[in-house]
Design a protein around this ligand. Structure first.
Ligand code: DGY
Length: 436
């Protein structure tokens, strides 16, 4: 295990670019929001100054309205598409004047990342001091979400692009694509020159991705226009779970810091409303799991993915709901011939165990599920998630995503996407330490 941990540390050090980390070389050459959060958790175990810097740089990119972008383009490179010239964040009057970025966000992990850094820290006093210096920016980010991404005042925020979900090409989005007919764009993909095209989204999917951005750009990334016009407007259980978990972390941290009663009060209000709506709106009794909701077309998206189980991480389900989630997980995803946890329902015809978010196992989701299962006392299944995570990395390497079918590992080549992938390394380090 020590060898594996050392290798993980060297992956993180290699991807460190003096102030922030890239998710991996070539394929993703900038700073990504939720990647940075997970990476900071890994660094916190052996290099706290880098963990702190990673978060500081991320928060430095915050817009005037509290928004934090999904990619921060620190460097010039033509190895990634779509880059800063396509996204044109400067169309927005709110955008950072310092950094070019995208005009979309990613799952808001920063709140719980700060709390994890505190949990891991061997010098709690110094770490709390660091947190005190940055926590208001995270609070401001949550305020942005509740004030701008919840048009019906439900306590649930929407995402307006599949790249905001983090689960970029999930088969769930196929339902949305079937409501759209974007133009055929001509552009040169870069991702498929780094990674085999069979492991990446299709050209037609990219047309949809670009078209949604063009609509937002035509309205200078103004939230109220996006809410009115974007063909993609979804309440995502994973995204809202990250926000709810982070709300709780901010409450806990402000209590430790003291003197922040107003913010604690506001966070508790958001939190109570969010959890109530989450259970009323996103729990599908017939499927027995949480699902996504298509706010644009006013209909539930009734598919089961690893996101369906993620609310365990933020203590959202009741005991009965948790039992139901675990049943479905074990029945559909947990067969002995499968590694936990495929990103999409292996019994569905849309399942593809090689293609990005359409089936492969992802280490960040496994990390979320590991701690979520432990929250509810499902210790044995949590241990299996951990064991499976270690095993796929040992067998395949620090890849971006992994085949869920055990059989495939006999033939090799079961690690897909980018290699030496930062969050696979970071979260493995955290799972091996396991000091929750
Ligand atoms: C990509 O380019 O596929 C990224 O995941 C977008 O965030």
């Amino acid at each position: 295990m020590e060898k594996l941990q050392n290798k993980a540390k060297s992956v993180l050090n290699k991807n460190w670019k003096d102030g922030f980390s890239v998710p991996c070389a070539n394929l993703y050459p900038f700073q990504w929001f939720w990647d940075s959060g997970f990476i900071a958790i890994g660094f916190a175990h052996f290099d706290m100054p880098k963990a702190e810097k990673e978060i500081e740089t991320l928060l430095d990119s915050q817009w005037d309205n509290g928004f934090i972008p999904h990619i921060i383009f620190h460097t010039e490179t033509d190895s990634y598409f779509p880059g800063p010239d396509f996204h044109q964040s400067d169309l927005s009057s709110q955008a950072s004047k310092k950094y070019k970025s995208t005009g979309m966000t990613q799952p808001p992990v920063t709140g719980f990342v700060l709390q994890d850094m505190y949990r891991i820290s061997k010098d709690k006093k110094a770490t709390l001091k660091f947190i005190e210096g940055v926590i208001d920016k995270v609070y401001f980010n949550h305020k942005y979400f509740y004030e701008n991404r919840d048009p019906k005042n439900e306590g649930l925020v929407y995402i307006y692009h599949n790249w905001e979900s983090g689960t970029d090409n999930s088969p769930i989005w196929d339902d949305i694509w079937s409501t759209m007919d974007p133009p055929e764009y001509s552009f040169v993909r870069r991702d498929t020159s780094h990674v085999d095209a069979s492991q990446r989204p299709s050209k037609r999917e990219y047309d949809h991705y670009l078209h949604i951005i063009d609509i937002a750009k035509a309205h200078q990334y103004r939230d109220e226009k996006i809410a009115e016009l974007s063909p993609f407007l979804v309440q995502d259980p994973l995204f809202n779970t990250m926000l709810i978990k982070s709300n709780q972390s901010l409450i806990d941290l402000y209590q430790l810091i003291g003197n922040n009663e107003d913010k604690i009060q506001q966070l508790k209000e958001w939190q109570d409303k969010a959890i109530k709506s989450f259970n009323e709106k996103l729990f599908d009794k017939d499927l027995g799991v949480y699902i996504h909701y298509d706010l644009r077309n006013e209909k539930p998206l009734r598919h089961i993915s690893s996101s369906s189980f993620s609310p365990l991480f933020a203590n959202i389900p009741s005991k009965e709901q948790a039992a139901s989630l675990v049943n479905v997980m074990m029945e559909k995803f947990g067969n002995d011939d499968q590694y936990l946890c495929a990103s999409f329902d292996p019994t569905s015809e849309r399942f593809n165990p090689k293609k990005y978010w359409r089936g492969p196992v992802w280490v960040n989701l496994n990390w979320i599920l590991y701690y979520g299962l432990k929250n509810y006392g499902y210790v044995d299944i949590a241990q299996r998630v951990k064991k499976d995570t270690i095993e796929i990395i040992e067998k395949a390497g620090f890849y971006e995503y992994f085949d869920s079918r055990k059989e495939e590992y006999k033939n090799g080549n079961t690690g897909y996407g980018g290699n030496d992938f930062s969050w696979s390394a970071a979260l493995l380090i955290d799972m091996l330490q396991d000091n929750h």
